[in-house]
Write a protein that binds this ligand. Sequence first.
Ligand code: MN
Length: 240
Amino acid sequence: MRSYFISDLHLDETRPAVTRAFLHYLEQWAGHCDALYILGDFFEVWVGDDDDAPLAQTIISALKRFSTSSSALYIMHGNRDFLLGDSFCQQTGATLLPDPILIDLYGQPTLLMHGDSLCTRDSEYMAFRQQARSADWQQQLLSQPLAARRALAAQLREQSQSMNALKADDIMDVTPAEVEQIMRQHQSLRLIHGHTHRPQRHPMDIDGQTAERIVLGDWCDKAWILEAQPQGLSLQSFAL
Ligand code: MN
């Protein structure tokens, strides 16, 4: 009995080593784990389920092979791939998870999130997030031709990179009070999320109870994998 959690692979045609590593792990895990949870920013950008780029097609086929083994596949939106939709899920056999979601992980209630909604001190981003998650805005975006969406994605990415370069380090990280609030609200003593690219296991104390926040890592120089078994968790990294 084991499950895997990953996030922030930022799959992109310019970084083939990450794609190769992911395909390698996926093949190893297929049929040999209960489930794989992908907690957002799986793709660097997702312009719509009608994307016919080779990378999208390669990944869809590989996920399909995985989900037709005896392993379950779950995916959550990140702030870059929030347009992943029903068609992607049908093609891959993935189940789209809401953010946040409380699961039963081998008997322990565990809250799963992408993590961007925890970074409340970044008010500029929070405003964009609200817009980007609205059905109307998404529908309007998806009604544009693929080429126009690709151009817009490239533009947004440049803007985001230049904005982030100017932001103080601490506003890019989670707001501790927000973390505690959401864990209390869902009565969970364990939270797993990604987004911040600060892989770490953080022991916590919530109202006198031992709790933990586990941050998944981004796949830049290393593959970060959280392995969950009934006896506990293990956050591992491997050279790409
Ligand atoms: Mn993110």
